[in-house]
Design a binder for this molecule. Structure first.
Ligand SMILES: [Zn+2]
Length: 83
């Protein structure tokens, strides 16, 4: 038997939080996932899981991009200040 510890970000139907879920089992296109936060199991279709993960990655990328866009506050002021 092959066991993979896949983790997918999904909105937990139980605790409603956007959190990683561990994929415990797969039956065709249906995945049994366990919320890493409340430990409740749920069944979800593969496409929904994948789509959600892609969306989440997109969101993450946007956040990282916006961080990148932030103007750097270069130098200036007295950097080394004693406590
Ligand atoms: Zn949960």
């Amino acid at each position: 038997m092959e066991r993979r510890d896949l983790t997918r970000v999904y909105v937990c139907p139980s605790c409603q939080s956007h959190t990683p879920h561990t994929v415990r089992a797969q039956n065709g296109n249906v995945y049994a996932i366990v919320c890493n936060q409340c430990r409740m199991g749920s069944l979800v279709k593969g496409e929904a899981l994948r789509q959600h993960h892609v969306q989440w990655e997109e969101e993450l990328r946007q956040i990282l991009d916006s961080l990148h866009d932030w103007p750097r506050q270069g130098g200036g002021g007295d950097g080394k200040s004693p406590p």
